[in-house]
Each structure stands twice: as structure tokens, then as C-alpha cells.
Design a protein around this ligand. Structure first.
Ligand SMILES: [Zn+2]
Length: 355
């Protein structure tokens, strides 16, 4: 089945198969334009406001505010290029097809999927990916955009460590005197002040979620608030652990983790300090005290420089910081899990477990 739509200038665009879907809409291929896809949002909470939001983003995509954000190849953002409307009055927009340059970010967080799709990737690529994501967020913040619903589902990555962002229609921003808030929340990717609350996100809540994603990239997918409560209470959710400050990083005695979880001491000291600031008492309780995206970008880039990384003698895909005298990935394999390099096929060997 095809769907006929019309752009703001009246040009017809015919949409084909569904290539992705979310809570409010779906993404479709565009006939005769393989570099483009289209999103239609039939379930917008306020359809008229949604149409104004998309029209505003399309206009801003042609203004100086977005020049830096949209420069470079491949483009980092699936920015709305033009509005679309169906004969039934459903609003949507045209955007670049991120699949042409990137793979879903989620694949980087699943060691088995990553080893299949990117067998040569190492921890050095994970560092570059984290630095690139932090730089992207810093650039968005500098222009007054808050992502609000930052999560792996909205992100893209490639083998070189570049990152991209889709679902631009959910950004929080202002256009003149009009504010377009982001009310989306995703379990496991919400800052403490946003959990079960109507508080709107801001730059510091994005920075909290950035720290979560950086931890996942550098720790083989492990969420920093993963783990069973050590005091015997039942495990409910990552958000419950966030709310109760159960974090292997800032309070190692608060959670029980799989024995093969990557150790925190595989991180350079400067990065450990950033995590402690983001997830500790001040980072959880005082959002403004969290390291911002620029601090993360600078810190991660510094640890990616030549001379800051070394390679293991036993497996050349075991890359780690020079601060650690022996290989953390060999240690992890001895405890029964593989994040990087050749898989150990001995019985009992597994991936790091996620809730
Ligand atoms: Zn090793």
C-alpha cells in the first residue's frame, strides 16, 4: 500500500514501506528518492501544535542557527527538510535516511550484535563514539535545543565513531516567543528530577542521560544503575535504582552485579571523576552540578589521543587506557564474558547481562 502526501509547496511525495515506528507515528521509504525517508505522526497529542512544531523546525533548518549543526558529511541530524500532509490531514516531514551512513546505536551496546556487524571495533572506537555524541549534544545545547528524550532508539553510529540523531521533531526549543516543550520520557534514560514528574527537561537532564550512554559505550552496554539491590529489596527498574542512588559507580555496595561485569578501574581517572560528578549525590540532587556535554567531549577526546591508549599482547582488539598496567578485557574473559575481541567459547561463557 502506498500513501500519497503533499509538501508545503504542493509537490506530491508517495510513501512506501514502513521502516520504523514509535509511539506516535511511523517512518516510511519515499518512492524514487532512496536517500530520503518520511515520518508521519497520526497520533500526535495536539495535532495543530505538532504541525506548528514541524513547520518551525523546517524553517530553522534554513536559518543560521542550524548551519553548524547541519554541516559535515554524513549529516549528524535527520533534520525535517519539508512538511508533509496526507489527504486525511496527518502531518509529517521528509528527512534524510540515516541508514545510508549509520547503523542503529543500540547495536554498539550489544556485544554479540556489535562483534558481528563491526568485528574490528575496539574500545578506542567506543571512546570516539562517546566523544562524538557528547560533541553533538554540546552543539545542540549551544543553539538552544534540548534533546529531552535522549536514548539509544533515537541515535545512530558508524564504524569510525561518528554519531547521529533522529526524531528531531521531539526536541525542546523555542521559536521567537513560542516554546515547544518535550514531554517524552523513556525508562532508564530519564534524569532523577524527571522520573514520575512533569518537570520539563533542560540541558542538565540531557547531560545526565549522556553520562548514562557514555557509561554504556565504555562498559560493554552495562547501564550504570544496573544491578540487584544489595540490601535484599526486590529489583523494580533502572529508574527505581536511579531514584534510590543504587549505582555501582558511586556506591559499589548498593548493587549486586554479574561477576563478569567490566570493572570500573578500566576507566581513566579523569573519566571516573566525570561519572562520580554525574551520578553522585550532587549530580543526582543538583542537576546544575553535572558535567555538561562540552566537559564530556573534552575529557573523552583527551583519552582518545595517541599515547593515552595501549593494546594487549594477547588480542589486538583489546585496547585500554595506559593508566591500567594490565588488560581489563583479558581479566573479564577469565571471569566468563567477552566485550571485545575473540569470543571465548568455553561453557559458561556469556555476554554481560542486562535487566
Ligand atoms: Zn587482553
Amino acid at each position: 500500500m502506498v500513501i500519497r502526501t503533499w509538501s508545503s509547496s504542493g509537490r506530491e511525495w508517495v510513501l512506501g514501506e514502513v521502516v520504523g515506528s514509535g509511539s506516535e507515528g511511523a517512518v516510511y521509504t519515499v518512492e524514487r528518492r532512496p536517500g530520503l525517508v518520511a515520518k508521519l505522526v497520526p497520533l500526535a497529542a495536539e495535532p495543530d501544535v505538532y504541525r506548528l512544531r514541524v513547520e518551525s523546525l523546517v524553517r530553522q533548518g534554513r536559518e543560521p542557527r542550524t548551519v553548524k549543526l547541519l554541516s559535515g558529511t554524513p549529516s549528524r541530524l535527520a533534520w525535517p527538510l519539508d512538511t508533509l500532509v496526507t489527504s486525511g490531514g496527518v502531518t509529517g516531514y521528509l528527512m534524510r535516511d540515516m541508514r545510508q551512513a549509520f547503523m542503529p546505536f543500540e547495536q554498539l551496546l550489544l556485544p554479540t550484535a556489535r562483534r558481528e556487524s563491526l568485528p574490528e571495533m575496539t574500545w578506542a572506537t567506543a571512546l570516539r563514539t562517546a566523544a562524538s555524541l557528547a560533541a553533538l549534544l554540546a552543539d545542540l545545547h549551544a543553539e538552544g535545543y534540548v534533546v529531552g528524550d535522549l536514548k539509544p532508539d533515537n541515535l545512530w553510529a558508524d564504524a569510525e565513531g561518528r554519531t547521529g540523531l533522529a526524531d528531531i521533531d521531539s526536541l525542546q526549543f523555542t521559536d521567537g516567543r513560542r516554546a515547544f516543550p518535550c514531554r517524552m520520557r523513556s525508562p532508564g534514560y530519564t534524569a532523577p528530577e524527571g522520573i514520575d514528574s512533569d518537570v520539563l527537561p533542560d540541558r542538565s537532564s540531557d547531560s545526565f542521560v549522556l553520562a548514562v550512554l557514555v557509561h554504556q559505550l565504555l562498559m560493554g552496554g552495562l547501564h550504570p544503575f544496573h544491578g540487584r539491590p544489595a540490601d535484599g529489596r526486590p529489583y523494580f527498574s533502572l529508574d527505581d535504582n536511579v531514584r534510590n542512588g543504587r549505582c555501582r559507580f558511586t556506591d559499589p555496595d548498593s548493587v549486586v552485579l554479574p561477576k563478569a561485569a567490566p570493572p570500573t578501574d578500566l576507566l581513566p581517572r579523569a573519566i571516573r571523576d566525570l561519572f562520580a560528578q554525574a551520578f553522585g549525590r550532587s549530580g543526582c540532587g543538583t542537576p546544575a552540578s553535572r558535567p555538561d556535554a562540552g566537559a564530556w567531549a573534552r575529557g573523552l577526546l583527551a583519552e582518545s589521543r595517541p599515547g593515552r591508549l595501549t593494546v594487549c599482547d594477547r588480542d589486538d582488539r583489546h585496547v585500554h587506557t595506559v593508566e591500567r598496567p594490565w588488560c581489563p578485557w583479558c581479566d573479564q574473559q577469565e571471569r566468563g564474558a567477552t566485550t571485545w575481541g575473540a569470543t571465548d567459547t568455553r561453557p559458561g561463557h556469556s555476554e554481560v547481562i542486562r535487566p
